[in-house]
Every structure is written in structure tokens, then in C-alpha cells.
Design a protein around this ligand. Sequence first.
Ligand code: UD1
Length: 423
Amino acid sequence: MDQIKIRGGEKLNGTIEISGSKNAALPIIVASLLTHKKVIIRRVPDLADVRTILELLTFFGAKLNIQSGIGGKVIEIRNERIINNKAPYELVRKMRASVLVLGALLARCGEAMVSLPGGCAIGTRPIDIHLKALEKLGAKISLEDGYVKAEAPKGLTGSVINMPKVSVGATENLMMAAVHAKGETVLHNAAKEPEIFELGCFLNSMGSRVSGMGTDKIIINGIKELSETDFTVVNDRIEAGTYAIAAAITGGKIRLEGVNIEHLGSLFNILSKTGVSIIKDNSSVLISRDRSILPVDIITEPYPGFPTDMQAQMMAFLSLGEGTSKITENIFENRFMHIPELTRMGADITQVGSTATVNGVRKLKGAPVMATDLRASVSLVLAGLAAHGETVISRIYHLDRGYENLVFKLTNCGADIKRVAGV
Ligand code: UD1
């Protein structure tokens, strides 16, 4: 298995073009299942998770045409006939987002089976909210040999659904399920993430009647037929945030091109409190740091709060702070698996319950480390960029799931980083 080797200490300097958003592209690709018409999706990042979801669609009968395009792949999808409506364990276990096919397949075929999901090991990650809400739309849900079976042979019926907890995936699943339901569906306590807004825009580009996306009340009026569409995926706010921290942690200066600045409000707010300079200019932003890192307290929350997907990267950064920072993880109970690895690199971090106390140290030291989930992996890359000596990161397949051309983008800014065949 490949490894990443980093010789740290270089101040990064240059420009990075931000790719299309993984978490926006995945549900949009899945939503193509709702129509038999041609769907074109542009600026799709070339990532393992995208390949997994496309493999799943092919398994259901999709015909794909994939071309290179500006800022990512252009994927033409035709789901003319669904030949299979069971998502197998071998594919679902690779990526939790596969559970999103439940709503779309149920809406299209009146029946769907999905293996219980796998994905990043950052907690128990149940799907009870998805299932209860689908039941409210009239689906019959049962569990068979590790598979969830959803049936609605006469179609789904719109309903008012109060989500007990804010869930990105459940909101997306429900939006897709409700597109062909009879009448109106109202989702209360819906997730407000930009990726939800994008999914709503994508569905509407096919003629769906979705409103309120981006707020906590989404209304979907069901329709029978959707039309063709040609849609471009938004930029990846988490990728942008990660490279902002690459600039900050190395005391360098990076211009991020193709950024939706308003999607990064909470991160930029926190970063400026630590002393990082952020100069915004339409769709680009210049990030630099020339002073010491001030400690700051962070609590992860649903959007527009501080994203859990930036927590590990921020922890790597604050481990070099001048003082003590506290990071509370409110979304996933087990999302601190980067702590022991950062500690191996000299960080001083202790965890009690859902709060990590990060006592800043003067320097990090390169070490062999192992990544355990996507964002934890990239936090080790960031730590390695700032550390003295060599860091060797194993199990980098997690990085391949979520960061397009990571080594290339960082090398272009002067990082000493390479991918090598593992021993
Ligand atoms: C999505 C993102 C992930 C991000 C997360 C939170 C994708 C592909 N993944 O994941 O990168 O970290 O949002 O912003 O877009 N929960 C339940 N029952 C459910 C569903 C969720 O208890 O049925 C809980 C989860 O365990 C978690 C919380 O709700 O504690 C939020 O999870 P959710 O928003 O659903 O995350 P995902 O959609 O899986």
C-alpha cells in the first residue's frame, strides 16, 4: 500500500485551485437515479468516493460517459433502466454515503435494498433518522441479513417530517425520496449545509419543486417526470479550508482560487482569531501567517457553525499554538482518532469526553503515523508539513477518498511531499 513521505519545515507559497466538492457531487450523482433522462454533471472531482458511487450506479444499470473538463470530470449519466435495486455490501462498506441511494431508488422503483453502511470510522453513525422519515412518507422498512429493505409499491406520499437531529445525509435522502411523492413534503429541522442547497438546485434544474434549501425548513412538491439537466458542482469548502490551514501551519502564503468565501465563514472567523491573515477577493482568498498562533476554543456544530470536517486539521494547527486551546466535538462521538498520532509527532493533547485540550508546543517532530479516517489523515499531512524531519503516513487510501491531486497541489506550493510505494 502506498505511503506519503513529507520532509517538513518548508513555508508554502503559491496558488491552489480548489476542486469540485466531494460532498456535493455524491448526492447529486445519486439524484440522477430519479430520472431516465440524460444528466450531465460538471466539475466532478476525481476521487475514490466518486468512483465508488459511480460503480454503484453502473451496478443499477447506469450508462456513463466520463470526459475530462475544466476543473474536474464531466460525467454524463443515463439511468434509462434500473436493472437492479439492491446496493451490495462490497460497495456500501467502502463509503457510507452509499446509503443515499435508498431514497432515490425507492422514489424511482418503489423498492430498494441497501446494505447497512460503512465509511469513515468516526462513531457508530446510525441511519435511524433516514429510516423513520422514509416510513413517514409511507415506506415499509425492514431489515434482512444486514440489508435495509424499503418498499412503497404504490409510491410515496408527502408528509410533514420533524427531524429529531440535524442530519446532512438524512436531509438529502428525504429530499430525493420526496421528489416523486404525491403532494407536499415539509422537512423541519433540515440540515442547512451548502451541499444541501446544491442538491436542491440540482433537483430544481431537472424541474423538481424544492424550496427552502439552505434553511431549516425545506418544502418539496412531488412531480411525476423530471427533465434533462446540465449542472456544475460547487467548489469544495473543506478542501479549501484544509489548504488554508496548510498555509497557516507552515507560516506561508497561499492564494486559494475558486472559493465560495461565504461557505467558510466560521472557519475564517476562528482562523483570524488565531492571528492568520485572510484577504478575500471575490472567488479567491489569500491566506498567510507571519506571527505566532494564538490559542482559541472551538465547538463543532451543524452549518453555519464550525464544521466537524475541519476539526482534525484545526487541531494539528493549534498544537503549535502559544497556549491552550479547547476543541469540543459535538457531531461525531469518536472523531478524535488523530490525537494519538499527533501526540506521536510531539503534540500535547489530552481528551476528556468530547473535549480535547491542546497545549501548544514549540515544534512538532516527524514520525511514522497512520491515518484512520479521511480528515484525520489530512491533519497528519498538515502536521507533517510543519514538523521537523520526516513524516511517513500509511493507509493513505483515506486521502484518495477526498483530496484530488493532493501531492501535486502541495508540491506546487513548495512542499517536500511525495507518494511512494509502501513496504
Ligand atoms: C455528512 C458528511 C460528512 C460530515 C457530516 C456532518 C457527506 C458524504 N458526509 O455525513 O463529511 O462530517 O455530514 O457535517 O456529505 N445521525 C443519527 N442518525 C441518523 C443520521 C445521523 O443519529 O440517521 C447522527 C450521526 O451519527 C451524527 C449526526 O447525526 O452524530 C450528524 O450526522 P450526519 O449529518 O447525518 O452526517 P453524514 O450525512 O453521515
